[in-house]
Ligand binder design. Structure first.
Ligand code: PLP
Length: 390
């Protein structure tokens, strides 16, 4: 079958691939402990599910406007304004998850040959999405020695006449790193001075652990709406990955472009999911606080175990639900990289992790602590036994 080059060149999602392999081993009867998933293990809070049930029962099951129902656009705008933006509902489009928000943005902002700066380690989907727009992903390395953070100077070194945008993801997948507001302000100043658009992926912003403070680009958007775009959504904050709701805050011209694209591809997102998202954003946030507390407890539990592993350098992250330990000192001739290490762990310890190479850093592996305490503890003990004999 003859397929388009575009799709032939596309890499399948690595996190999904390792999950599939783990599922296959599980199906063959082996106990596999998975610390590879990128979603909260909690159920969607009850009051949010109830709003969706009510939507079905009251017949809210027809097409809505392409960029989302007005109340949800207003609620998302209100959320961004609570973070310092001065937006109107027309500055918002509701899409199928943060993923479609980002896809629409890159298609709307990037011409073939344009360059997009992507701090590495990065979320696996950024480079292929940039490539699908015909543009060139330019990784900007920031390893563990730099606390996984890039500076304006790092970005400036990689900037060319073709640089159109830069993606910032704080809290980060895969590192959990959280930029301070001061660091964000410096990046924002650089973006304004260099006329580069910052696409800020703030999907994990509800998962920041004290004493760290959430920080973002909303107040910069209020002053320079042509230089900043902010993506958020309900997946990670409200344990709603399956509902597929994301929202973009952008200049109205860019929202109109995304709307045109979405109108000719997916149209509006599911009407029922929109009602659920409205309840999530405007209803009680008690469950968000409870989930945040659980994640913080698990982070501490995992860090305590990993701290006993000699040769492994693991920063204590301030957000999201990932650890990204540098394990390269454990590599040897039969286990020379992060992919080989993850294969050994899956085969010998029955634990699924994601190789760091998929995120642009082959020294590390990604551990997700979105798993029950007992699973997390058992999996980490098995890793310690397998790699270090302890
Ligand atoms: C950094 C980052 N951005 C965006 C997304 C997209 O999330 P969703 O499409 O579920 O909103 C993910 C999901 O894993 C992510 O890790």
């Amino acid at each position: 079958m003859l397929l388009a080059k575009r799709v032939m060149q596309l890499k399948p999602s690595a996190t999904l691939a390792i999950n599939t392999l783990a599922q296959e081993l599980k199906a063959s009867g082996r106990e596999i402990l998975s610390l590879s998933v990128g979603e909260p293990d909690f159920d969607t809070p009850r009051h949010i599910g109830d709003a969706a049930i009510k939507a079905i029962q009251t017949g809210f099951t027809k097409y809505t406007a392409v960029p989302g129902m007005p109340e949800l656009r207003a609620a998302a705008s209100g959320y961004f304004n609570s973070q310092g933006a001065k937006s109107a509902p027309d500055n918002i489009i509701i899409s199928n998850g943060g993923k479609q928000c980002l896809y629409n943005l890159f298609q709307s902002l990037l011409n073939p040959g344009d360059e997009a700066l992507i701090p590495a380690p990065y979320w696996v989907s950024y480079p292929p999405m940039v490539e699908l727009a015909g543009a060139v992903p330019v990784p900007v390395p920031a390893g563990v020695e730099k606390q996984f953070k890039i500076s304006p100077e790092d970005l400036e070194r990689k900037r060319t006449a073709k640089t159109r945008l830069c993606i910032i993801n704080s809290p980060s997948n895969p590192t959990g790193t959280v930029y301070t507001q001061k660091e964000i302000d410096r990046l924002a100043e650089w973006a304004v001075d260099s006329n580069v658009v910052i696409v800020s992926d703030e999907i994990y912003c509800a998962l920041v652990y004290p004493p760290a403070q959430p920080a973002g680009f909303c107040s910069w958007w209020a002053r320079h709406p042509e230089n900043f775009v902010i993506v958020n959504g309900v997946s990670k904050s409200y344990a709603m990955t399956g509902w597929r709701v994301g929202y973009t805050l952008a200049h109205d011209a860019l929202i109109k472009a995304c709307n045109k694209l979405q109108g000719q591809s997916s149209s509006n997102i599911c009407s029922i999911a929109q009602k659920a998202a409205l309840e999530a954003i405007t209803g009680s946030s008690d469950s968000v606080a409870a989930m945040r507390e659980s994640f913080m407890r698990r982070r501490n539990l995992a860090m305590d175990i990993i701290a006993t592993w000699p040769g492994v350098n693991c920063l204590c992250p301030d957000g999201a639900f990932y650890l990204f330990p540098d394990m390269h000192k454990l590599y040897n001739s039969s286990m020379p990289d992060s992919t080989a290490l993850c294969k050994v762990l899956l085969d010998k310890a029955g634990v699924a992790l994601v190789p760091g190479i998929e995120f642009g850093d082959d020294n590390c592996v990604r551990i997700s602590y979105a798993a029950a305490d007992a699973t997390l503890q058992k999996a980490l003990q098995k890793i310690g036994q397998c790699l270090l004999g302890r």
